[in-house]
Design a protein around this ligand. Sequence first.
Ligand SMILES: [Zn+2]
Length: 432
Amino acid sequence: MNTQRIAILGDLLDIEQAPPPGTPLDEIPAGVRWRPAHWLLIEDGRISAVQAEAPDASWPRDERPGQLILPGFVDTHVHAPQLDVIASYGTELLDWLQRYTFPAETAWADPAVAAAGSALFLDQLLAHGTTSALVFPTVHKTSVDALFGAALQRGMRLISGKCLMDRHAPPALCDTVASGERDTLALLAAWTGKGRLAYAHTVRFAPTSSEAQLRLAGELHAASPGSYVQTHVAENRAEVDWVRELFPGYRSYLDVYERHGLLTAQTTLAHGIWLDADARARLRDTRAVIAHSPTSNLFLGSGLFVWRGRASDGMRLSIASDVGGGVSLSMQRTLAAAYQVAALQGQRLDAFTLLHAATRGNAASLQLDQEIGRLEPGLVADVVAWDWAEPGSVLAHRLGRANSLHEKLFAWLMLGDERLLRRTWVAGRAFG
Ligand SMILES: [Zn+2]
């Protein structure tokens, strides 16, 4: 057997558990593992040990003294084709879809466009330190083939599936109940069990699916063990009003999904800003996850999500870039926006809670925390090396005045971004 081994030296940081609100932050809280000048040993794609002493001379070494070694970030809601429309001016959600997003997604009908776009998208995720993601492609079957093919080449943990949308979109972006079923079954047959891929039944959002298609999506989810569901819910008030008109027989927007079998512990719903107490209770009881997408919510003017409040309601939460409504693939930028959204509501998210959200927290939201999200022997070696700062930068200046790990990490999350990335490993294989 051809054993692939590498020993990485650096300052290892991972978060087993976010500290409870109000925990003093001058000392390192329980659940935060800070292991400076340690070795991370990787063997055949998995972490085999973490240790202070150097490994024996048989190990190939990658020594990065002073660099921050983190688990790869996990992005729980992001749209591959929307790098073409990121940072588009002047609209709220429903106009933004019509004016920018739907035309960009139409181009992915061409397999060559989808292949080039998927390669670009995944390379950009890796260049931002994101090694796993739950991704929206387009309605086209070829978009999923392209994305899964590119993820398989890179060895990435990637969850995706073709968008189901049979109404209220341009004809070039609409499937039918029959073609949606046929394409989904073909994709499940082609990709199930390949590499680190998993299938997500992907309802764009309730307005773009008929009730017959929503029913189909729920039936397909129930019939494909291990599959996921991804969609959007209650992002914007005009959207919520529209769903109320389109689905008059339902108690709420969320109820449209629940009554079609789409709310399970394998479901991730982006946004969830405008949900009432009853819908929030249904989320808690079904264990479906809300993916908070703060840069998107700010950019499109959708609203302010209440992270602490929803967590204390017992809801499962994750954090996401939502590019291209979101304005950056960077998890540092995403976490900084989450901090600011919470601050506008008089709440504070500490740096350990933020970093946990983007790593182990997001992994757990996808039921993958025994595979990714920590620097733990046995887990897959999705790992990223970062510099703390560029010499001479404002961040370097600020870090020089930091008195605790928390102060340092918080400044790094607020001021850092993908330009500090030095190397990404996916299942032990180096990129960049
Ligand atoms: Zn989205």
